[in-house]
Design a protein around this ligand. Structure first.
Ligand code: FES
Length: 246
């Protein structure tokens, strides 16, 4: 397969060394079957082993290889260099996160937000542990879309509200909250809606919708947040009319 040369313009930054992020250019040979992650790995293996970035599965499953490529959040393992149509490809760390080194950002804040929506099945009584909790295909279909989230953080990097209000719980955590609320085995909807019906919850979202545009799995977090606003309002009204209701 024919090779040609292009330039990868990559962010270099070590916060511990002080200074500001800079760009470093690497001229690399590329083929039509190469994705951006292949280009980064070529640099790491053949040009500059000090370049730091995350990846694991190379198949759009682990969610660890996100970066701003050509100004837009993307999975580097799912972005073909040929599709960018550029002679200079800019690769930067995801926006709205502190940079740890080069293209690696700190996800700790997201993990705290995710924990706050309790992304697991909650039941008061698990009953008989030897028995299955049966679900029908339509039960699975109710939350299948949100369950496809791979926590890649592209949605947080694309969201202007996260940039302006860092306390906002954000798109992926909200989508995963809805995933569990819609699970027929779960009984934790009231706890999650109480958390999301707060100043830092779903009402911060102004429905820009960029989160859904960049999502590589078509999770549609923007749609999930609007659904959660409806469910939170419904719960609020029920509690107003029936004090004591959950
Ligand atoms: Fe796993 Fe890209 S390397 S999603």
């Amino acid at each position: 397969m024919a090779e040609r040369e292009i330039v990868f313009r990559v962010t270099r930054y070590r916060p511990t060394a002080g200074g500001r992020p800079t760009f470093q250019d690497y001229r690399i040979p590329v083929r039509d079957d190469m994705v951006v992650l292949d280009g980064l790995n070529y640099i790491k293996d053949h040009v500059d082993p000090s370049l730091t970035f995350r990846w694991s599965c190379r198949m759009g499953i682990c969610g660890s290889c996100g970066a701003n490529v050509d100004g837009r959040p993307r999975l580097t393992c799912g972005t073909y260099i040929r599709d960018l149509g550029k002679r200079i490809v800019k690769v930067e760390p995801l926006s709205n996160f502190p940079i740890l080194k080069d293209l690696v950002v700190d996800f700790d804040d997201f993990l705290n937000k995710l924990a706050s929506v309790k992304p697991h099945i909650i039941r008061k009584d698990w009953g008989d542990w030897t028995k299955e909790y049966t679900q029908y295909p339509e039960d699975l279909e109710a939350y299948r879309q949100q369950s496809l989230c791979i926590n890649c953080m592209l949605c947080y990097a694309a969201c202007p509200v996260v940039g302006a209000s860092p306390e906002f719980v954000g798109p992926a955590a909200s989508a995963l909250a809805l995933r569990y609320i819609r699970d027929t085995r779960d009984e934790g909807a009231a706890e999650r809606l109480a958390r999301l019906n707060t100043k830092t919850g779903v009402w911060e979202c102004t429905f820009v919708g960029e989160c859904s545009v960049v999502c590589p799995k078509d999770v549609d977090p923007a749609g999930a947040i609007q659904t959660l606003k409806f469910l939170a309002t419904q719960r609020h009204m029920r509690r107003l009319l029936m004090p004591g209701a959950r």
